[in-house]
Design a protein around this ligand. Structure first.
Ligand code: IMP
Ligand code: MG
Length: 174
């Protein structure tokens, strides 16, 4: 089976416009208050790097690597592959994700991080696929809403590949 990634869904210039809009919303909302930005590895590494360079408040950049899986008797469990290294108690925290799909990963992550008593906790995603949601989760900052297609590029992968594309492409298996 061949993989075709010819179809561009979001161009690089649309991504740049999205970064400008999101960063001005975040700059407006937090003002000069320090912000801990938690990028979710691996998919959000490019988005996090692009976003933090447009933020104007003092920023601490940290990363977590997590995955969610649905157990036989549970709605979902979070597996932490890498925890963040900064203590977020009484800090404003912004989770930065590549894409929200079912919403499971972020719902579980939010629950976990709230136990650490941050001053505030919000979610910023580059892409949102609301048609796939199984858990009621609305990102506080949403870049671009995408249809129910598997997409790659700008950090998003298929089996580790295509993260380096500077635009978003639809995967077709043919
Ligand atoms: P969920 O919201 O818990 O279902 O998981 C979201 C995660 O699934 C994202 O962080 C991505 O790693 C992955 N994912 C979901 N949709 C796509 C896609 O279209 N392309 C690449 N990865 C995706
Ligand atoms: Mg991911």
């Amino acid at each position: 089976m061949a993989i075709n990634t010819d179809q561009v869904l979001v161009s690089h210039s649309e991504i740049e416009q999205m970064l400008e809009r999101l960063s001005s919303e975040i700059n407006r909302d937090y003002g000069d208050e320090p912000l801990v930005v938690v990028g979710i590895l691996t998919g959000a590494f490019i988005f996090t790097a692009d976003l933090v360079r447009r933020l104007e408040m003092p920023v601490i950049v940290d990363f977590m690597q997590v995955s969610s899986y649905v157990g036989e008797f549970s709605t979902g469990e979070l597996k932490i592959k890498k925890d963040m290294s900064y203590d977020i108690k009484d800090m404003n925290v912004l989770i930065v994700e590549d894409i929200v799909d079912t919403g499971r990963t972020l719902a579980l992550l939010k629950e976990l991080l709230l136990k650490r008593q941050p001053k505030s906790l919000k979610i910023c995603t580059a892409f949102d696929k609301p048609s796939r949601r199984v858990i009621d989760l609305v990102p506080d900052y949403n870049g671009i809403t995408v249809p129910d297609e598997f997409i790659v590029g700008y950090g998003l992968d298929l089996d580790g590949r295509y993260r380096d594309f500077d635009d978003i492409r639809i995967v077709r298996k043919e």
